[in-house]
Design a protein around this ligand. Structure first.
Ligand SMILES: Nc1ncnc2c1ncn2[C@@H]1O[C@H](COP(=O)(O)OP(=O)(O)OP(=O)(O)O)[C@@H](O)[C@H]1O
Ligand SMILES: Nc1ncnc2c1ncn2[C@@H]1O[C@H](COP(=O)(O)OP(=O)(O)OP(=O)(O)O)[C@@H](O)[C@H]1O
Ligand SMILES: [Mg+2]
Ligand SMILES: [Mg+2]
Lengths: 259, 259
């Protein structure tokens, strides 16, 4: 199973939108796809009409089980999105308490990777929507994935934040002996705004090997799609936003589609 | 000293922009204003050209001091923005580790409120830029402020998230016996997008007494201002975005400007 994490500590850059849109494309191509909502705020969970406050099994349940030493039992938490080949593991607001609960206790960094290993024969692809915080949930995402996808809004504050985030992620990865290929995805690009063009140029220069050579344009249909609770790749596969994500997926996958 | 917290668990809704713009207006009116950056990602800190990774004293230092039982000593952490009457307490990336470090240990919810009490004679106003997570930093912000300002993007996902956040905040406030007047501020309103108009209508209907009766329009000058590191209220006080924040401030302050 291919596992990618979609992460950025800066808020509102398009993490959930990227996860849902790529997930929709993969599912339409017949790949059994699992989306994992690690954000206590639960945007992905509410995108598909579920309440992250509901007491149904969620990602939090996996950590609860792990605390007792038991192996994670994800079957009950897997939830249908209503779209073929697309399921998700919902978030719960209680995830916000994990860092406090676990404190300095070790050994909780592999809960998600153990969970996804148990699901290896049921899914071809998993995409992890990360919270905008670098804590135990982020460590779990880094340990569970084979690639890091980092959406970055093409604007100045987001660029400043990227430098720091990449530094911190590299620190965490070095400490945990993890090596991950990274794809930085410029999002919400508006070719009519000078600061977008300028930021994109700086992004390409500074992060040359890791920045995707194209960008996701501003496309208001993403908002309309989130209102309808349908991935835009399913609601309107011909939109400019989806076309960009199709190119992104092909460029990352092409050299290495798993047999 | 008036103290307001600017908070929303959803990312990218305009928390930092609201804090910086209101801060700029207050400073220009001659009020000695302190901005507090509680976000480990440090957007406000880097807005004013500082590095949240630098080892200078920061908000984190206050928690470090409190862990040893000492009273917080904020003087060394107060940093100039370069604009008259406007200073800030910088964030540090280490803030992201606080929840883990403190674990279930109690008594760390009042560090910020004790700090601001010590600064009562140096500042007239303090604005707290909150992180997109509900943890110990958020509890500190709630305990230290007299009003909660909640920017909400006028789009569907942000609306779904607001319901949950208000529920969780009310839970924290009830447990800590805190009562706070709340002002919900619709931001990035684009009158040409149908889903913005629709979301605004739902927002007003559902949260009637707490929603500000106007809204902050989409204004690309905010991005340009953040690139220049100048609050838009100082760079271009005549812009549509600043005009909205001027109205907001007057409507909140008018009934109760402190002598
Ligand atoms: N390319 C795009 N063009 C226009 N709007 C977009 C685009 N991508 C995302 N959006 C919109 O921007 C807002 C923020 O996106 P999203 O919620 O995916 O960001 P996020 O990084 O997941 O935020 P958070 O930090 O809260 O998790 C949403 O309203 C979404 O519909
Ligand atoms: N009214 C507005 N019109 C247009 N752009 C805006 C407006 N308000 C904020 N922005 C832009 O939107 C982006 C997100 O704003 P900001 O960083 O203030 O959000 P935030 O809620 O603080 O995000 P985070 O969750 O990362 O802390 C920034 O690029 C900012 O310049
Ligand atoms: Mg998200
Ligand atoms: Mg912010």
């Amino acid at each position: 199973m291919n596992v990618w994490s979609v992460a950025n500590q800066k808020g509102g850059v398009g993490k959930t939108t990227t996860t849902v849109t790529l997930g929709g494309i993969l599912a339409q191509r017949g790949l059994r796809t699992l989306l994992v909502d690690l954000d206590p705020h639960g945007s992905l969970t509410s995108y598909f009409g579920h309440d992250p406050d509901a007491s149904t099994p969620s990602v939090y349940t996996l950590f609860d089980q792990a605390k007792t030493g038991a192996a994670p039992e994800p079957a009950a938490a897997i939830t249908a999105t209503g779209f073929e080949n697309l399921s998700f593991l919902p978030a719960s607001m209680a995830l916000a308490t994990l860092d406090r609960q676990l404190g300095a206790r070790g050994g909780m960094g592999l809960v998600l990777s153990r969970t996804l290993q148990r699901l290896g024969d049921q899914f071809d692809f998993a995409l992890i929507d990360c919270p905008p915080v670098l804590g135990v949930l982020m460590v779990n995402a880094l340990a569970a994935c084979q690639r890091l996808v980092v959406p970055v809004q093409t604007e100045f504050l987001a660029l400043k934040g990227l430098e720091r985030m990449i530094r911190t992620l590299n620190m965490i990865m070095r400490a945990k002996k993890i090596e991950l290929p990274t794809t930085i995805v410029p999002t919400m690009f508006d070719s009519a705004t000078w600061s977008c063009i300028e930021t994109l140029q700086v992004l390409r220069r500074r992060y040359k090997p890791d920045v995707w050579r194209s960008e996701v344009p501003v496309d208001n249909q993403f908002r309309e799609a989130s209102r309808a609770g349908i991935p835009l790749s399913i609601a309107n596969p011909g939109s400019a936003g989806v076309a960009a994500y199709l190119r992104l997926l092909d460029e990352i996958l092409l050299p290495s589609i798993e047999p």
